[in-house]
Design a protein around this ligand. Structure first.
Ligand SMILES: *Cc1c(COP(=O)(O)O)cnc(C)c1O
Length: 447
């Protein structure tokens, strides 16, 4: 051990990672060697060889944290890859607010305690048309807070066709059960009418719930009470309506050649009392759960002690505020990376793909440009693709899974997808300034 620690290279690692980590790593390498020597009667490797093994392990250790990756999957809001990249304005705001102190809960005019949500609430009022708003950690927390506040020990009516599981363990019926609410399912998988909701009303009904069927579609012979009718029924019966919108766009996606996706302002205009959506899906901001709606309903949420446990930090509020500010500015949303990627013309992607295919001159690979399809992801428009362009990579001696693994673990950490035995790299989700990294990642496969 002392010989290792005296080595200048190892000492340098110690300064970067701390001596505890370095000692543990040396220990684990030596332990493995001892096992091999005693069990398999192997000879003891030279010190230099051991040194190399220790350094290889330390280098892995160093890269085990959260690291940036290149998203070549073509899925713009990829939950495993961190969903929405933030706009420069949001990053700047996070830095400015986190670096020092801020008026997070301090009213500068009154010189007294203020509301942590006031500024973002006024931006949400402007962008959704709702009278009031509240922010929590994510949309799952938003739904939980709403159910806990309104429906504990009472009934929630929902359509059978909307009892969604969105992945990551979020299944609407289970969330309802956890919050102590009784689910009253009405209608059938493909058809639910307003009268189904009407007939299910009892003195115990607490909420009428609509949920966005984020990751699937029921098509064909279908029907669903329009949100506005449901809201009117709720108002007549004195029962709050809730919509779990999930992706929560603030603008219309048809301008990108995509089908219409229900927006938060539309849900508000339909008269839904509480509308919940994510900050890091179609909004293009930080992870957050946003609830907008009627003042009296939001006031009830605000007085729930659970809110304290679901509260967001100043960096999130700063990033969310700066992102919402972009929607207030005419055309400002074009600065949001999600929309910039979505809006990139396919011709531009094709040119980049062709240039890259020519550049990667590698005998071990067959790289060519080809048309691909990218998806919004994040539970939005699961069946609708946006035309895209990218690369297909065939290794002459390596199977696609091996090529993909080497791209993933290489210095560029390029995440791809595999289809029909080829590795596909979609350029819509890779910034043009990273094309060099893509080329280098492919050239490095040579060895
Ligand atoms: C994504 C989604 C959620 C969960 O949102 P998070 O912000 O990830 O918690 C809830 N409901 C629906 C319909 C969704 O699409």
């Amino acid at each position: 051990m002392s010989r290792f620690l005296a080595d200048p290279e190892i000492a340098a690692w110690g300064e970067r990672l701390g001596t505890t980590v370095v000692k543990a790593t040396v220990d684990s390498v030596l332990r493995d060697v001892r096992v091999k020597v005693t069990r398999d009667s192997a000879s003891v490797p030279a010190f230099e060889a051991l040194l190399e093994r220790v350094e290889a392990r330390l280098s892995r250790e160093e890269h085990e944290g959260l690291v940036p990756v290149l998203n070549g999957t073509g899925i713009l809001l990829h939950t495993n890859l961190g969903r929405a990249p933030l706009a420069a304005e949001a990053l700047a705001a996070m830095g400015t607010i986190s670096r020092g102190y801020s008026n997070l809960e301090f009213d500068l005019d009154a010189g007294a305690r203020g509301s942590r949500f006031a500024r973002v609430t006024s931006l949400l009022r402007a962008t959704t048309g709702a009278p009031d708003a509240l922010i929590v950690n994510n949309c799952a927390a938003a739904v939980l807070l709403i159910l806990d506040t309104f429906a504990k020990g009472r009934e929630v009516i929902a359509s059978r066709g909307q009892l969604v599981e969105i992945g990551g363990g979020f299944r609407l019926p289970d969330v309802l059960a956890r919050s102590g609410a009784a689910l009253v399912e009405v209608g059938t998988t493909n058809k639910t009418y307003l009268r189904d909701f009407e007939r299910a009303l009892t003195p115990d009904t607490a909420l009428l719930l609509r949920s966005h069927t984020s990751n699937y579609r029921i098509e064909g012979f279908t029907s669903d009470p329009f949100a506005a009718e449901l809201a009117r029924l709720g108002h007549r019966a004195g029962i709050a309506t809730v919509e779990d919108l999930g992706s929560g766009a603030l603008i219309d996606l048809t301008q990108f050649g995509l089908p219409h996706e229900r927006t938060a302002p539309e849900a508000v205009a339909d008269g839904i009392d509480l509308v919940a959506f994510s900050g890091d899906k179609l909004l293009g901001g930080p992870q957050a759960g946003i609830i907008v709606g009627a003042a009296s309903a939001v006031a009830r949420l605000r007085s729930n002690p659970l809110l304290r446990a679901l509260r967001v930090d100043k960096a999130t509020l700063a990033a969310l505020g700066a992102t919402l500010q972009l929607y207030v500015r005419p055309g400002g949303w074009r600065q949001i990376p999600f929309y910039r990627m979505l809006a990139t013309p396919v011709e531009e992607l094709r040119d980049r793909a062709q240039r890259l295919a020519e550049r990667v001159d590698c005998a071990a690979l067959n790289v060519r440009a080809l048309a691909l399809q990218s998806y919004a992801g994040g539970g939005a428009l699961p069946l609708h693709a946006r035309e895209s362009y990218g690369l297909s990579v065939h290794g002459r001696d390596h199977a696609a899974a091996e090529v993909a693994a080497r791209l993933r673990t290489g210095p560029s950490r390029l995440v791809t997808r595999i289809a029909d035995g080829a590795v596909l790299i979609d350029l819509r989700t890779i910034p043009a300034e990273s094309d060099n990294d893509v080329a280098n990642a492919l050239s490095a496969l040579k060895a």
